[in-house]
Design a protein around this ligand. Structure first.
Ligand code: HEM
Length: 129
């Protein structure tokens, strides 16, 4: 279950990034909605993963030490999910702006994509086979 979710979460990252680029390149209803909804799916997968991840559960057992020590454990215990949630908020704000025909959508999608690029663990495999 853990391995399967890790694989899926790593794979959906590429969908999210591709839809994000598409939404920036063509700010139209379809790519914008795909971006925001794929990101929502990714966050749901991430939250489920956090409940069964030995790494996150180990970090929670000693949160103070995990957060005080820079490295992989702190990245997943702190930076990763915060960046994911910030991106989610920005993408949905962008979608809402786009649906109202307001001009801020592109900026919000760009910021969401930037937050994603900063919070993806690029030190992990690009594709888990
Ligand atoms: C609240 C949001 C999120 C949570 C709680 C979350 C949680 C996690 C957890 C627990 C892990 C695995 C740690 C481990 O056991 O090794 C992980 C890995 C990962 N996450 Fe997230 N995540 C979130 C959002 C995102 C987003 C938005 C992206 C990218 C679009 C993303 C991309 C990845 C990638 C690429 C990995 C590494 C997968 C691998 O090692 O194969 N996550 N995440």
């Amino acid at each position: 279950m853990y391995e399967a979710l890790l694989f899926l979460h790593g794979l959906v990252r590429w969908l999210v990034l591709a839809f994000g680029l598409w939404a920036l390149w063509r700010p139209e209803a379809r790519p914008e909605a795909l971006f925001a909804h794929a990101l929502t799916l990714q966050v749901v997968l991430g939250v489920v993963l956090a409940f069964i991840s030995p790494l996150v559960q180990g970090a929670l057992a000693n949160l103070e030490a995990a957060v005080a020590t820079p490295g992989e454990i702190r990245f997943f215990a702190a930076e990763h999910w915060v960046g994911g949630l910030v991106a989610l908020g920005l993408a949905h704000a962008g979608l809402s702006q786009a649906r109202k025909g307001k001009p801020l959508d592109r900026l919000l999608f760009g910021l969401a994509l930037g937050a994603l690029l900063l919070s993806v663990p690029w030190f992990r495999p690009l594709l888990r086979l």
